[in-house]
Design a protein. Structure first.
Lengths: 411, 260
């Protein structure tokens, strides 16, 4: 079996303690005394959480497996178990020999040592011998493009330079199994390209790889197979396109975000305020509340407001923010030259998007109501309202810009 | 145990690199550089000489007090410094422990090895002092590797045990230096073993550092062999201790990354 499966996970469970159970003797000694005297200590399961629930998968030799899923799905935990940094609570793991993990580039750097010294340091941490490193030294330096800075302490390196050095060392370990966690997100574009090329070279050489990334485009380019994780469970195990499409589409519906208080909208109230948002919803073209909108389909944002006293010269700003914090769009009644003298009691405002061109992703709506020229705002939503734009077609970027291609004959 | 040792052997270059890193980082950007390795035992030697040989008279078995105290201070300073670093070595390198796998014992081992070079440098001055005070060298100095080996083994056991415990209970890193400071008074550094009442001597020699320093003075200064029975017994006890400490260390090391 081990010959065919360089990596095999069977029914893996991993439990973490939330908070520290005992970090000092002051906590540990009373616990010990309690245990010795036969009385039960505080229920040990109270602060525990299962990072992995019965995860199983096998990776055949030469395959590149992608692990995707939202934050906290257990991707990094799996890498830590595979690289033997941590140990599973239950289940068995088989990992073949000659494994290298790129969990954080340059983790072993010492700021006071020079680049040259750190190459040796980092290389030996990765399990190379000094002899190996001397043999690979020139190739590592050439890859990093840091010839001129080798004798400078790493603390004076820019973060980009440190990353280049770190990846250069790791890329030359030449393992049978390589674990990569999100490292390609750093460095400039041309260096990223170089890293991809190196990984593709290793792949061509038959290296078995496990690749964790939020960059789904990179996952699609590199992985033969993708495992989609959610809350420590395997949701899907299949080819890259299917799993990524599932991540984009189904998972957004299934995964609930805690900040959404009710299935369709935000009903939390703050009664101390002069004005409040009673409900904010995303509606489809027919006016039905929705959490998911098909890309390109019209949608509306409905905002119900209630005021305790008349608000003079009110105005409203609505922002659509992508899940990673990028503000994609902002609309304000002031800009639209929509003016009232005052707002009293309860009322609803509809903001319509007849032809939105947002690309598939998760978005957050936030809104603020202002009174005349006061920049503080009289009402604010307690939390954002989430919605998803989905599509069967996979596309990157933030927005669809209408475009045409044309080709000119050169010769 | 054998698989652990095999793996440790595979990572031997990391051990040396870590030790070299410790040495380089310690003396880089210092004016005196490696000469600092001499400063601590020398400073203590001067103070001890003024206080215990000038103000009050402490027997030094007929040896010049500076030479007598310095010979004890070199192994003692090594023990105190290396243990202090080894205890904190894993907790201090937590960013590495959480990110990359390798046998964790390289941290306390590397810390001890890094101090060992200081120890060797400081030892050179013992030879210089012997020339100055016309103390002859005898064939019994051949016992030194055994005595130094005993100290290294004791340090290793203590470093592994305390280093692992310190990950679970951060109190350890305060307890150990306190014990080391108090330990100076139950170790023949300032005074000679001959001043220990014979009724307490058996207990006194349970301290492996007492065996080491007493042995070093005998073979270096007095040109005689160490007390063989004591040395044998101490070596046996320390060997057992190292095996147990290493076993404990390997059993708990998988929990380190979860705990920080």
């Amino acid at each position: 079996m081990p010959d065919t499966w360089p990596i095999a996970l069977d029914h893996i469970w991993k439990q973490y303690q939330l908070g520290s159970k005992h970090d000092s003797l002051r906590d540990a000694i009373p616990n010990l005394l309690k245990r010795l005297s036969g009385r039960n200590g505080p229920a040990s399961d109270a602060g525990a959480f299962w990072a992995l629930n019965d995860v199983s998968f096998h990776v055949p030799k030469g395959q590149t497996l992608g692990l995707i899923g939202p934050n906290g799905a257990g991707k990094s935990t799996i890498l830590k178990l595979l690289s033997r940094i941590c140990k599973q609570t239950k289940g068995t793991i088989y990992v073949g020999s000659r494994l290298a993990a790129l969990i954080e580039v340059g983790a072993g750097f010492h700021p006071d040592l020079t680049g040259r010294e750190n190459i040796f340091m980092n290389g030996t941490i990765m399990g190379l011998s000094r002899k190996d490193i001397r043999r690979l030294f020139d190739a590592i330096v050439a890859f990093s493009e840091l010839e001129k800075f080798l004798d400078m302490p790493v603390k004076r390196y820019s973060s980009g330079m440190a990353v280049r050095l770190g990846f250069a060392v790791a890329a030359h370990v030449d393992p049978d199994i390589l674990l990569i966690d999100e490292v390609l997100a750093v460095g400039d574009l041309s260096f990223q390209q170089k890293c991809y090329q190196r990984i593709l070279d290793l792949k061509a050489k038959g290296t078995t790889m496990v690749f964790v990334s939020h960059n789904l485009d990179a996952v699609r380019r590199l992985c033969d197979r993708v495992v989609l994780l959610h809350e420590g469970r395997v949701v899907m195990d299949g080819d890259a396109d299917t799993a990524i499409a599932a991540y984009h589409k189904n998972t957004f519906r299934k995964f609930r975000y805690e900040t959404v208080q009710t299935p369709h909208g935000n009903e939390a109230r703050d009664t101390s305020k002069d004005a409040e948002f009673v409900q904010v919803q995303v509606l489809d073209a027919e006016g039905r509340p929705q959490e998911t909108i098909e890309a390109g389909q019209p949608f509306q944002v409905s905002l119900t407001l209630r005021t305790k006293r008349p608000i003079r010269q009110p105005s409203l700003t609505v922002a659509i923010e992508r899940i990673d914090g990028q503000i994609c769009h902002e609309a304000s009644t002031e800009e639209a030259a929509l003016r009232w003298d005052q707002w009293a009691g309860e009322g609803r405002i509809i903001l319509e998007y007849p032809a939105p061109n947002l690309r598939p992703n998760t978005y957050m709506i936030s809104a603020v109501m202002y009174e005349s020229r006061n920049p503080a705002g009289v009402a604010r939503m307690l939390g954002p309202v989430y919605f998803h734009i989905t599509s069967d077609r996979i596309s990157r970027g933030m927005v669809d810009l209408s475009h045409t291609w044309s080709v000119e004959q050169l010769a | 145990m054998l698989t652990h040792l095999k793996e440790l052997y595979r990572y031997r270059d990391l051990l040396f690199t870590l030790a070299a890193r410790d040495i380089k980082v310690r003396y880089r950007q210092t004016f005196l550089g490696v000469a600092w390795a001499l400063m601590q035992p020398l400073a203590y030697m001067l103070i001890f000489t003024v206080v215990f040989s000038g103000f009050g008279r402490v027997s030094s078995d007929g040896m010049p007090y500076p030479l007598f105290s310095y010979t004890g201070l070199v192994p003692w300073t090594f023990f105190a410094t290396a243990l202090g670093l080894a205890v904190n070595s894993i907790a201090a390198n937590m960013s590495l422990v959480k990110k990359i796998y390798f046998p964790r014992e390289v941290f306390p081992m590397g810390a001890i090895l890094g101090c060992f070079m200081d120890f060797l440098i400081a030892s050179v001055l013992v030879a210089a002092l012997m020339v100055i005070y016309h103390v002859p060298v005898s064939v019994h100095v051949l016992w030194l590797p055994w005595l130094i080996g005993l100290e290294l083994a004791f340090l290793l056991g203590m470093g592994l045990l305390a280093g692992a415990l310190n990950v679970f209970f951060r109190d350890i890193k305060y307890i150990v230096p306190l014990c080391v400071q108090l330990g100076l008074f139950v170790t023949p550094v300032i005074y000679s073993t001959s001043e220990v009442p014979s009724s307490l001597r058996g207990w006194y020699m349970l301290n492996p550092m007492a065996v080491v320093i007493d042995g070093v003075r005998r073979v270096v200064l007095h040109g005689e062999s160490p007390e063989l029975a004591t040395l044998m017994l101490s070596t046996a006890v320390v060997s057992l201790f190292v095996v147990l400490a290493y076993g404990y260390f390997k059993r708990v090391e998988v929990k380190f990354a979860d705990l920080i």
